[in-house]
Design a protein around this ligand. Structure first.
Ligand code: FES
Length: 268
């Protein structure tokens, strides 16, 4: 691409070849799998969020992350760790203070942008495969300019992950007092992975030391930045792993609450 001060950006035309792409590998496989798994996960999530039942196991104090914090007036009182004050309506989730922000966090995530720009918007679907759109405006206009709000979504997601951690700790103290079962292990793995995803966020890395020019004068921030940078290299993996751990955790809690299975108990 070349630029001129008077005429603005000038895009070089594509090489004149008959083929859409010269790639002969299965470049379409990754975007197709991304569509399949994201749509499947969203379908499951929407059904679960609006089911408004089987989200709490009183005996062991297990609360699914899809209903945390449970603030609707219709929530089971013991599951509402922060009070019940939001409307109880079939079209309003029981956790209306977290789910929209978590959705915003994932929608504006740098990794998920790549995933859905490629897989749903085909812009472009893969390297060396042409964009299906004639023009490219990037994230400079409405609505995509709101992608730049990711840093603020990160702050909120940080708080919500802390709430999920609090739920996982409370789950050691059910109706029968202190106990430890497979559900605790699943809840703990989920929050550890959620912290991995949250801490490996590009915004978190930038907040930690993105503007520092002298690392030597900020050794603690430098150490934190170095650690986050290592996690950041695995951000895509955390993005997918947390989708899996969230769904597994929710399904396990639902299966227990519905009486389909019983928890495997190690202590009490
Ligand atoms: S959560 Fe993915 S970049 Fe911030």
């Amino acid at each position: 691409m070349t630029t001129s001060a008077s005429a603005g950006p000038r895009v070089r035309p594509r090489a004149e070849i008959a083929q859409r792409t010269l790639r002969t590998d299965r470049w379409w496989l990754a975007p197709s799998l991304t569509v399949f798994f994201l749509v499947a996960w969203l379908a499951y999530g929407v059904v679960r969020v609006f089911l408004q039942e089987n989200y709490w196991v009183a005996e062991y104090g297990y609360l699914t992350p899809f209903y945390s914090p449970c603030t609707a007036t219709g929530c089971i009182p013991e599951a509402a760790h922060f009070g019940r004050f939001t409307p109880d309506h079939p079209l309003i989730p029981y956790a209306p203070l977290s789910l929209p922000f978590l959705l915003l966090f994932r929608l504006t995530c740098y990794y998920y942008r790549k995933a859905y720009y490629r897989s749903f918007w085909l812009s472009p679907p893969a390297c060396a495969v042409p964009d299906t759109h004639a023009r490219y405006t990037g994230e400079t206009r409405f609505p995509l300019i709101f992608q730049n709000a990711h840093r603020y979504a990160f702050y909120l997601a940080f708080v919500i992950t802390a709430i999920n951690t609090y739920d996982a700790i409370l789950a050691f103290f059910g109706e029968r007092g202190f106990g430890f079962g497979l559900g605790n292990v699943i809840l703990l793995i989920n929050v550890v992975m959620l912290w991995g995803y949250t801490a490996s966020c590009h915004s978190c890395r930038h907040i930690m030391a993105g503007r520092l020019t002298h690392f030597s004068r900020h050794p603690v921030r430098y150490r934190a930045w170095s650690l986050i940078s290592k996690l950041n290299a695995r951000h895509m993996q955390f993005a997918w792993i947390t989708l899996a751990t969230l769904a597994i955790t929710d399904f396990y809690v639902m299966a227990l609450a519905a009486g389909w299975i019983t928890d495997v108990r190690f202590i009490n």
